[in-house]
Write a protein that binds this ligand. Structure first.
Ligand SMILES: [Zn+2]
Length: 362
């Protein structure tokens, strides 16, 4: 097999930043073989109003005219049900991202996990308008808990899962994505929620999976800031569960890279290293290599095009700014150490390694 047609590829979790960094990374979406990009709102300040989200999308579109951008709001007390309703009617957002306060880059304005009920009026509007709730599913670390129920980066996701089940129980029709699943427990939970799903049914609760979590385990980031991200990569059995889910052909697991660029200066520091792995320019090469290695290359199209697009209602050509399709071709690529734009330098995932597949547009 020397060529595979992947159709309208989509990455349902990207960080494209602002300013010089945005100029550096927005064009890389297409370079990486992705047609549709779902853009995260954790800028400073976070994206919580209609004017900002329209302006942000315009800026991205100028830098990447052939990429279809889907935009999001940042769930916070700054949002009101009226504002969300208006944004839904104007179709300027496709979903809202929920960050528990303080767990990752620019999440200070996020949500207090002990008090989701304040957002119930917003969830109600989202459910009515088919907006997607994207959840960064981690509890903040608390190692001093007296009952021995400590939360660390290793169990932060597992500890969050009851909160996911509660939201789904309270809003059974609200579309939810547990972003960047990193544990076997998360995968098992998504399977469990979908156990009664019929073949032609669209799931309500899905899990997105990054490419770096398919490669990394805890030893890869302990001592290597380039591989450090949130949620952190976990144990080998977790990685195997993620590979199993990504290649399962199940419609409730799809691709969201969580590609998160930071200038190398934020990675080369000895305190407060920024969390985030930058995969955008080579996402399909990384994915194809892995799917190929486990003998599941025929499952890649479902994972990277079909399932996410169906869930987000993007399985309709009319919604795309470019109708060229992505093809995977047998053409090797060597990953550079850095990508550079003006004063920006970003370290890329898997530097110096060679991958055997590349994307092509036709
Ligand atoms: Zn993210």
């Amino acid at each position: 097999m020397a060529e595979i047609e992947l159709g309208y590829t989509a990455d349902y979790h990207v960080h494209l930043r602002r300013g010089e960094m945005m100029e550096a990374v927005a064009p890389a979406v297409r370079q990486g073989g992705i047609s549709i990009a779902y853009v995260m709102p954790n800028l400073t300040p976070p994206v919580t109003d209609i004017e900002t989200v329209i302006r942000y999308k315009k800026e991205l579109q100028i830098l990447a005219p052939k990429t279809t951008f889907l935009m999001t709001f940042y769930l916070s007390r700054l949002l009101t049900p009226q504002l969300v309703e208006k944004a839904a009617e104007l179709k300027v957002i496709r979903g809202i991202k929920c960050y528990p306060a303080g767990v990752t880059t620019n999440s200070k304005a996020g949500v207090d996990l002990n008090n989701f009920t304040v957002f119930h009026p917003i969830f109600r509007v989202m459910q009515k308008h088919d907006l997607v709730l994207n959840i960064h599913g981690e509890k903040p670390s608390s190692i001093n808990s007296k009952d021995g129920d400590a939360v660390t980066v290793l169990n932060a996701e597992s500890k969050f899962l009851p909160a996911l089940l509660k939201i789904h129980q309270d809003f059974p029709k609200l579309k939810i994505v547990l972003e960047h699943c990193s544990t076997k427990e998360a995968i098992d939970t998504i399977y469990d929620i979908n156990k009664g799903l019929l073949d032609d049914e669209t799931p309500t609760v899905c899990g997105s999976i990054t490419v770096h979590h398919l490669y990394l385990t805890v030893d890869d980031w302990a001592g290597n800031p380039i591989n450090f991200c949130k949620p952190v990569a976990k144990l080998p059995e977790d990685r195997l569960a993620l590979i199993g889910a990504a290649t399962s052909g199940k419609p409730f697991f799809f691709f969201g890279s969580d590609s998160a660029p930071h200038d190398i200066s934020k990675k080369r520091t000895h305190i407060n290293v920024s969390a985030g792995v930058y995969t955008q320019p080579y996402v399909l090469s990384y994915l194809a290599e892995l799917f190929d290695k486990v003998g599941q290359l025929d499952k890649l199209k479902g994972f990277v095009s079909i399932f996410g697009n169906k869930f987000y209602g993007m399985d309709n050509e009319e919604k795309l700014v470019s109708k060229s399709k992505c093809y995977l071709v047998k053409k090797s690529v060597i990953i550079p150490k850095l990508v550079t734009h003006n004063s920006i330098n970003v370290a890329v995932f898997q530097p110096g390694k060679t991958f055997s597949w590349s994307p092509e547009w036709r």
